[in-house]
Design a protein around this ligand. Structure first.
Ligand SMILES: [Zn+2]
Length: 167
């Protein structure tokens, strides 16, 4: 009942993931339709309900443009788990504020990058020029398209691909 279900807006835009229990609740209360089953049925004492994989809301939900939340995990993901100074793939990445916080650097997508402990240590609390270091690329806020938001589920749930493509 906790398996993830992809929720589409009325216009088929993927907007959310909920669990099977909630998805079935939405279907039974007439707020959503099942778009894809693919997981068999759930039998209760009185009825048999399909286990949805994808549902679609009947009413259009209007919401602001989604943004990727600024977290360590998302920064590492944006930076492809690679130190943005030396290019090394590292399991023990750290978060580096390009302009250090104590010098007024913001905690913002454009001011944080993944850095390996070596590079982070080498840079210390200095600015890039002072430390004679350069970034491999200019950091930006990742665009929150459907692939970015839901893409990590595709490895396990291939059937969602057709619903995520193009959004
Ligand atoms: Zn490094």
């Amino acid at each position: 009942m906790l398996a993830p279900v992809l929720v589409l807006n009325a216009n088929f835009e993927p907007i959310n993931i909920c669990n099977t229990r909630r998805a079935i609740g939405l279907i039974l209360s007439g707020k959503a339709d099942m778009v894809m089953n693919g997981r068999g049925n759930i039998h209760t004492v009185s009825l048999t309900v399909p286990r949805p994989s994808v549902i679609r809301l009947d009413m259009m939900v209007h919401r602001p443009r989604p943004r990727v939340k600024l977290t360590r995990r998302e920064v590492f993901r944006r930076d492809n788990y690679t130190c943005q100074y030396c290019g090394r793939h590292a399991a023990d990445l750290t978060l580096d504020h390009i302009l250090p916080k104590h010098l007024g650097g913001e905690h913002a997508w454009t001011n944080v990058v993944a850095a390996c402990p070596n590079c982070n240590h080498r840079k210390g609390g200095r600015q890039l020029a002072e430390a004679h270091m350069v970034l491999l690329q200019i950091p930006k806020e990742p665009s929150a398209n459907a692939y970015y938001i839901f893409g990590r589920h595709l490895e396990k749930i291939h059937e969602w691909e057709q619903f995520i493509q193009g959004w």
